[in-house]
Design a protein around this ligand. Sequence first.
Ligand SMILES: [Zn+2]
Length: 427
Amino acid sequence: MSGFDKLLQFLTTEKVINLDETQWWTLEELRELQEFRLRKMVKYAYNQLPGYRKKFDRAGVSPEQIRSLDDLPKIPMTTREELQNNPEFVNEKLISGTLYTGGSTGTSLKYYESKESGKIRWNAHLRGWFWNGYRPGKRLAVIASAQGIVKEENTLNLSGDMKTENLQKNIEELKKFRPQHLRGYVGSLYILAKYCLDNEISIEGIESIDPISENLYDFQRTTMEKAFNCPVYEEYCCNDGGACAWECGAHEGLHYFMERAIIEDVDGEMVVTDLWNRAMPFIRYKNGDSVIFLDKKCSCGRELPLIKVKGRDNDIIITKNGMISPSFMVHHGMGIETIDHSKTNFRDGIRAVQYVQKPGYILEVNLVKNPWCNNDDIRAFEDKVSSIAEGMSVKINYVSDIPSTKKGKRAFIINEDKDLLHKWKAN
Ligand SMILES: [Zn+2]
């Protein structure tokens, strides 16, 4: 059956598509698929969700005017702030799961997904991981926090907290477990890799490394590949909006998964349209990252376009016991299930946070509360931050908004102890 026949079959059945097959579709076929889903999503959102209807009406555009990808610029953009706690963008009847952004903006968005959306999210991950040789059941070690927890068999979940004592503990566990695949936050994997190289520690038998959640720099990739003696496969995933991309075995860039969402480069900013999530549609949503489309075809034969993604750069926090990777701070310092699955429940009460490290191991936290935030939320938050930033003096400032930096960005972590940063980098 040709790609077009499959597409036709899909158009009539409307089932969640088989990503194993569509990865070999031509670019034209993939665009057809996107346009079909786009028309459907726009019509649905306009008719069912007052939030989108108002936006479209204000912009003077009707669903009938959106026929192809070329019509996208007619649709107004949507921001995270607009969607925050706004029932006008949610269809409660279709909710099958609740998620939170662990965005490095320090602002958390509670959002919902439909059954189809959850299914394609999982299938997209599986396809991406298959490219690096992973299969469920193979020994996988994950060095992250609760967001990265994998409940598959043969999985070792380690804390992404990379203080020196935990590093040694993690290494002992890894040696015992002998993982075939290693996944984790860029910052955490890099610290582990550097520690292994510096101390001449080798962990044998790893086939691939899958760094997630932060910008991956060439020096980090090289260090990881050298320390674990295997290739790195970069992963990019931002589930609010459905943008995701994985590196294949040709290592020529990240293939953008066109079947899940449309990604646009609007003056460097990534703008995404989720093609499946009808519980809470994301239409021309600015997810806060930037994207560059690479002007080349991958030698692997897949026509899914190659991109390079850049998220926000964040500083690191350095405690007396080592450093904390930005993603660890994002996931734990914003309140989420802990690695032992005990719930921390303060996340809803907190609208935004910013961490500022001052000289002398002082950690100042700028915190914006939601109106319903209570004392228990604050106490739980303080306890959590104090336990992460062990040995630092933590001071919370209640603010009405996170102050912007000179460049106008709202940084999540700022380290103002330049001497300490310099010493760590030189190490
Ligand atoms: Zn490829």
